[in-house]
Ligand binder design. Structure first.
Ligand SMILES: Nc1ncnc2c1ncn2[C@@H]1O[C@H](COP(=O)(O)OP(=O)(O)OP(=O)(O)O)[C@@H](O)[C@H]1O
Ligand SMILES: [Mg+2]
Length: 250
């Protein structure tokens, strides 16, 4: 592939991670009882600092679709949460341009006791749409999701696939500039996954910027041109997606 797949270098960056680190505390008490005994003994609760991301830097250009690859626990979801603003970095900077819509966990942001309809309004509002905009887009959201009459049921009775369909449909209809997709597509059935893949491609050609996390290498290769591999919190590869997938297999 040619160098032109990295508009990052020349064009406007949409996402910038600049020497980003994220530290979590890993507590070594395993039970309430141990914690209680520790408290009685006035022992300090042991908490190791654990660096989930370590000095990670990359830029994503406007309209680029980039896969974030790595083994379980390598730091992919942490990376997306930092880009979405759910988490703050402990070192370095995260910059984004425009409206960020994140599908980070299935059903995240959905309230179980509200109906599908109410959740669409709630989520679209959180993502920055006003009532009129949502009214105008509502039918398209429901149509894409194929939820049908279930739209007026409480979402706690939805299957995980139905959840994902509605959440994905909201995310693609809010006119986001950046779309973050973490694994959620994997719960959709084959026809819906294919439909999502087509929609994602369409959005990419319209200039939306995407970060995709998936363990489905075929989907990743279909959706993204570029792949970043993370291993134990460090960026270990950044380049054409085919090579990134090979790097991960090696
Ligand atoms: N809120 C948290 N508190 C403590 N540790 C966390 C927290 N979130 C993530 N971690 C740890 O950070 C590391 C990276 O987690 P992350 O969820 O980013 O992995 P991942 O690459 O998305 O993995 P997977 O493929 O399993 O989804 C893991 O070791 C995890 O235990
Ligand atoms: Mg994850």
């Amino acid at each position: 592939m040619s160098e032109t797949i990295y508009p990052t270098v020349a064009g406007r960056p949409s996402i910038v991670l600049d020497h980003v680190s994220k530290i979590f505390l890993r507590r070594n008490t395993h039970s309430f009882k141990e914690a209680f005994v520790g408290w009685i003994k006035r022992a300090r609760v042991r908490a190791d600092e654990f660096r989930a991301l370590n000095d990670v830097s990359f830029q994503v250009g406007e309209g680029e679709a980039v896969a974030v690859l790595g083994l379980n626990g390598s730091g992919k979801s942490t990376t997306l949460k930092l880009v979405s603003g759910v988490l703050e970095p402990d070192g370095g900077r995260v910059l984004t341009r425009g409206r960020v819509a994140g599908l980070i966990e299935v059903g995240a942001g959905f309230h179980p006791d509200l109906s599908g309809r109410e959740n669409v309004y709630l989520n679209a509002a959180i993502l920055g749409m006003n009532k009129k905009e949502i009214d105008e887009t509502f039918d398209a959201i429901v149509e894409f999701s194929e939820i049908g009459e279930f739209i007026d049921q409480e979402v706690k009775h939805y299957s995980s696939g139905m959840f994902m369909r509605l959440a994905f449909s909201v995310a693609i209809h809010v006119h986001a500039d950046i779309l973050l997709v973490d694994e959620v597509l994997s719960v959709g059935d084959a026809p819906f996954r294919a439909k999502c893949a087509r929609k994602i491609k369409e959005l990419t050609t319209q200039g939306i910027t995407m970060l995709v996390v998936s363990h489905d290498m075929n989907m990743v290769k279909e959706l993204c041109e570029r792949g970043i591999v993370i291993s134990k919190g460090r960026k270990v590869f950044d380049g054409p997606v085919e090579e990134a997938v090979e790097f991960l297999r090696a």
